[in-house]
Design a protein around this ligand. Structure first.
Ligand SMILES: [Zn+2]
Length: 335
């Protein structure tokens, strides 16, 4: 068998498995390492919270130590334990009782679970490292985009570099890896060639994904006169493409657009229903007039509202990384 394919079946998500079961078997085989992965994830999640707060504000993520944004009190190490401290302090600052957003505990818990899932899915291999880094970056980007509508270069650009480098060690297993060996008739034992093809796959995913988003953004700007897609989304897609390869990149863009559109429609619908009720109550309008006017104002609201598209790209990209190959295989088979 060609080495790329062999390595790919060991590292990549080639084997269809029932996902939760695999995590539990991983836990049973390696309870200690699994627990360590989870705790490491909690710690990285804690650091991620610092990044989410500080990066969009142009602050250093290293200095100074964490402090309460309300009263400026330095947060002691025993009040800085992931998840636990937030629960014990009931989501409030110890000194001034200012509320602390549950996002801190949520991000920590999600990162912990993600590291656990990575280990359960890929075992003791570089695949786990690739998966954990991708998940870490995406969680940071998703929450930063949701809160500030920014996707910091400090996360996307190092992520892009890492994605390209790791493709030399963990096969991306996409079109180039599947097609090129046959074209070039490379020797079966060639270790260099699978790494080269894998890198080509990462570059292809990155370049095509970024150009595609850039093109759509440019068309949208011409058409609507407002920026629908920021350059941050383009860089996020460049990063994702390097991890995913071309096919999963296109799948991600497709799924994210679909999810984003559904979310947009849902938002308009909710705003419409709320405003209709308010018009009826405040202005005593008839049902029909209230619905019509509320519909018009809901559409204006949507146009002004900037959707954090990075949230959808990040979430679907992570799903594609875990389940994309299985999904595509299932899709081709059912055609
Ligand atoms: Zn405080």
């Amino acid at each position: 068998m060609y080495p790329a394919a062999r390595v790919a079946t060991t590292y990549n998500q080639a084997e269809p498995r029932y996902f939760p079961v695999y995590i539990w078997t991983g836990l049973a085989v390696d309870p200690l390492i699994s627990a360590a992965a989870f705790v490491l994830g909690l710690a990285f999640g804690s650091f991620l919270n610092v990044c989410i707060y500080r990066m969009p504000r142009g602050m250093s993520v290293v200095r100074p130590g964490s402090a309460c944004p309300q009263c400026g009190e330095r947060i002691r190490f025993y009040d800085n334990l992931p998840v636990l401290s937030w629960v014990f302090l009931r989501g409030r600052c110890r000194r001034c009782s200012a509320p602390i957003t549950p996002r801190y505990a949520v991000v920590e818990l999600l990162t912990g679970l993600l590291f656990l899932v990575c280990y359960g899915h890929f075992g003791p291999s570089l695949g786990t490292l690739k998966c954990a880094v991708l998940g870490f970056l995406l969680l940071g980007l998703i929450f930063t985009d949701a809160e500030t509508h920014l996707l910091p270069d400090k996360l996307t650009l190092p992520g892009l570099a890492f994605g390209l480098v790791i493709s030399l060690f963990v096969p991306v297993n996409d079109l180039a890896s599947l097609l090129l060996p046959g074209v070039f008739q490379v020797p079966v034992s060639s270790d260099i060639s699978w790494r080269l093809f894998s890198l080509i796959d990462a570059l292809l995913g990155s370049a095509v994904g970024a150009s595609f988003l850039y093109g759509v953004g440019a068309i949208y700007l011409r058409w609507r006169g407002v920026e629908g897609m920021g350059f941050g989304d383009v860089k996020l897609m460049a990063m994702l493409g390097a991890f995913l390869g071309l096919r999963l990149t296109m799948l991600t863009i497709l799924a994210a657009s679909l999810a984003g559109s559904l979310f947009g429609l849902w938002t308009v619908f909710v705003v419409w229903v709320k405003r209709t009720a308010r018009r009826k109550q405040l202005f005593h309008e008839s049902g029909r007039a209230a619905r019509r006017r509320a519909w018009a104002s809901a559409q204006v609201a949507l146009r002004r509202h900037q959707m954090p598209f990075g949230v959808f790209l990040g979430a679907t990209g992570l799903l594609a990384f875990f389940f994309g190959q299985q999904f595509l295989r299932w899709y081709w088979r059912s055609l």
